[in-house]
Design a protein around this ligand. Structure first.
Ligand SMILES: Cc1cc2nc3c(=O)[nH]c(=O)nc-3n(C[C@H](O)[C@H](O)[C@H](O)COP(=O)(O)O)c2cc1C
Length: 181
C-alpha cells in the first residue's frame, strides 16, 4: 500500500476484536516508532507497551471521556518523553505516535490516539498523573498519549480523495488558491 492509500484507510478504531496480536506485529509498530525523526536527533521519546488486561483497564480510566475503549484493546503503547533531553517534546512524541498508527494500519490493525497531556481526569488528578501512577513513570518524564491497538471490530470507511480540503492550501501568498489536484 502506498502512503496516500495508507493515509486514506487509517481511521480511528475504538472497538476491537478479542484476539491477541502477534509479537512480530507489535515489534514492527515499535520499530516504526524508534525510526521516527526528532528535533536535533534527541530521540526523547520512550514507549511503554501495555498488554496486561488489568493495567489496560486502569489506564482506560485516566480521563472521563475518550479513553474507556482502551480496556478492550489488545494493547496500548504509552508514549512518554524524557524532559531532560527533549527540545521539542510535543512534536517528537506526536510524530512517533502517528508513525505507530500508520504502521498499525499496514499490519492490518486498528488504532486510536488517546490524548493524555493536558487532559483532566474524573478524579482530582490529571490524566498524566493517573498514567504515571499506574505505570510507575518517573517525574522527569512527561506523559503524552496512549496509542490503543488491536484487530478492528468496527471501522469507518476510507477518506475520499475528492473531498480533501484544498482551500486550506495556499500558493505563494496566503489567500491565493493552489490549483486543486
Ligand atoms: C492529537 C490527537 C488527540 C486525540 N485524542 C483522542 C482521544 O483522547 N480520544 C479519542 O477517542 N480519539 C482521539 N483522537 C482521535 C481523533 O478524534 C480522530 O483522529 C479524528 O476524529 C479524525 O478521525 P480519524 O482518525 O478516523 O481520521 C485524537 C487524535 C489526535 C490527532
Amino acid at each position: 500500500m502506498g502512503i496516500i492509500e495508507l493515509l486514506q484507510h487509517r481511521r480511528s478504531v475504538r472497538r476491537f476484536e478479542h484476539k491477541p496480536v502477534k509479537k512480530e506485529k507489535i515489534d514492527r509498530i515499535l520499530q516504526a516508532a524508534l525510526l521516527s525523526p526528532s528535533s536535533k536527533g534527541t530521540r526523547p521519546w520512550e514507549f511503554v507497551l501495555v498488554e496486561d488486561r488489568r493495567k489496560l483497564a486502569e489506564l482506560s480510566e485516566c480521563k472521563p471521556h475518550g479513553s474507556s475503549f482502551l480496556a478492550d484493546a489488545a494493547f496500548g503503547v504509552v508514549v512518554i518523553a524524557d524532559t531532560k533531553t527533549a527540545t521539542a517534546l510535543v512534536e517528537d512524541t506526536s510524530i512517533a505516535s502517528l508513525v505507530m498508527q500508520l504502521a498499525s494500519e499496514e499490519e492490518g490493525l486498528g488504532s486510536c490516539w488517546i490524548q493524555v497531556r493536558g487532559r483532566g481526569s474524573d478524579k482530582a488528578e490529571s490524566a498524566a498523573a493517573h498514567v504515571r501512577q499506574v505505570l510507575s513513570i518517573p517525574d522527569d518524564y512527561e506523559v503524552e498519549a496512549v496509542i490503543a491497538g488491536g484487530y478492528p471490530a468496527e471501522k469507518e470507511g476510507p477518506y475520499d480523495l475528492n473531498q480533501l480540503l484544498w482551500d486550506k492550501v495556499h500558493k505563494d501568498r496566503f489567500g491565493d488558491a493552489y490549483p486543486k489536484v
